[in-house]
Write a protein that binds this ligand. Structure first.
Ligand code: TXA
Ligand code: MG
Length: 318
């Protein structure tokens, strides 16, 4: 059964957080808001709970989960090696939307890391996520709370639509997530560190703190998947989506309509941070409208737009 509890996004009620934390500690699943998207959380050191996350999402067991913690100390307890660059990045960007991939300690179960030697860790900044992690006092593995390969949820309604009503979890509904796209993922075991997934912490922001950063294979490259989030088709609506230059959107839409196709346009704000905040909500909304196809603008080839550009390119890939 799904339980949905409304919580205040900036000042969540103590009793609700305590009850949710207890569910996590006992091996239950709790969907909670982060500053990026909603996460489907499980006690990271409980392999059975983690397996339920994979089965509920329909996620391939080869795709590792990010572990969420409340403190630096908890992060270091999960990792065998804590390089100086990780310390600098964590000091600058945690709590916040940056995931650091580091060598794991033996007690981190293979279910979490997809059998690999590394673990992705972050401290989220959303007050509800932080309160929950502090209260639970255990590391929490949490992928985005959607069926695998679908659009990530930035609202409780998106979670319910994607994970359905038959499942067994608690959902903490704190309204929309402010960031809107998933955290930046940086592999600290590579030299120089390698950007595996772009996010709101941009490449220049990382470089300013640690110097050179390599950029992961683009979605078109045929490399072995170092981060399965790099799978080309991901974050996709069910309705076919095409990317075309901004100035052609309206004429192309009219052409489609003349051919009898219902055509929706993905409209985004001019600012990349604002665009990220509304992107998934816009895709969820258009996808539920019953269009035959969707059109979205090609975005500027700048670092600031990289995260949104990346998600739209994946959503359009077929
Ligand atoms: O913003 C976020 O990161 C959200 C919220 C809930 O925190 N979580 C999220 O999780 O997006 P998920 O599972 O949807 O995406 C996790 C990404 C995947 O691309 C996965 O392959 C990568 O992180 N990842 C996790 N652990 C990794 C590891 N040890 N090595 C390489 N990539 C890893
Ligand atoms: Mg995801």
């Amino acid at each position: 059964m799904v339980d949905v509890w409304r919580v205040d996004a900036s000042a969540p009620a103590r009793q609700l957080i305590q009850a949710a934390a207890q569910r996590l500690r006992e091996g239950g699943l709790v969907v909670f808001p982060t500053e990026t998207v909603y996460g489907l959380g499980a006690h990271a050191l409980n392999p059975l709970a983690v397996r339920r996350v994979f089965s509920l999402k329909g996620r391939p067991s080869s795709n590792p989960l990010i572990v969420h913690v409340a403190t630096f100390e908890q992060a270091r307890e999960l990792t065998a090696d804590w390089p100086a660059a990780a310390e600098r990045l964590a000091r600058r960007f945690w709590p916040g939307p940056l995931t650091l991939v580091l060598t794991k300690r033996p007690h981190v179960p293979p279910e979490v890391t997809a059998g690999g030697p590394t673990v992705g860790v972050r401290i989220p900044s959303h007050p509800v996520a932080l309160a929950l992690l502090q209260e639970a006092a255990v590391p929490v593995a949490a992928p985005s709370a959607n069926r695998s390969a679908e659009i990530s949820p930035t609202r409780a309604e998106h979670v319910l639509r994607s994970l359905g009503n038959k499942a067994d979890f608690l959902l903490l509904d704190a309204g929309p997530c402010p960031g809107g796209v998933e955290s930046t993922v940086l592999d600290m075991t590579a030299s120089p560190p390698r950007l595996l997934r772009p996010g709101l912490i941009t490449l220049p922001m990382l470089q300013e703190v640690i110097g050179p950063v390599a950029v992961g294979p683009s979605h078109t490259m045929q490399e072995p998947l170092r981060s399965p989030g790099l799978m080309p088709r991901h974050y996709a609506p069910h309705t076919p989506l095409y990317l075309i230059p901004q100035q052609q959107l309206e004429t192309e839409r009219q052409r489609c309509e003349r051919e009898g196709l219902r055509c929706g346009i993905v409209r985004l704000p001019d600012d990349p941070v604002c665009a990220a905040a509304v992107l998934y909500d816009e895709l969820h909304r258009l996808d539920a409208t019953g269009y035959d196809l969707l059109l979205a603008p090609l975005l500027p080839e700048t670092d600031e737009w990289q995260a949104v550009r990346d998600r739209l390119a994946r959503a359009a890939h077929r």
